[in-house]
Design a protein around this ligand. Structure first.
Ligand SMILES: [Zn+2]
Length: 64
């Protein structure tokens, strides 16, 4: 699956999209940060938080 900008989406980017976007839309980290008006760093922190909470929509980056 690819983002509207053409970038190939990572597993975690698809997970974030599921968490934050309605209607099944999928965006990469860059486009998601612009859409949600938060920094990419903040989104990466959110991935870490979801990971620590045991959310199966995310994997540790080194395992991607
Ligand atoms: Zn994108």
């Amino acid at each position: 699956m690819t983002c509207a900008c053409g970038k190939e989406l990572s597993f975690n980017e698809m997970g974030l999209s599921k968490k934050f976007l309605a209607g099944g839309e999928k965006l990469c980290l860059h486009c998601l940060s612009r859409r949600l008006d938060v920094s990419e760093e903040r989104l990466k922190e959110k991935i870490e938080e979801f990971l620590r909470a045991g959310c199966k929509l995310f994997v540790a980056e080194k395992e991607v």
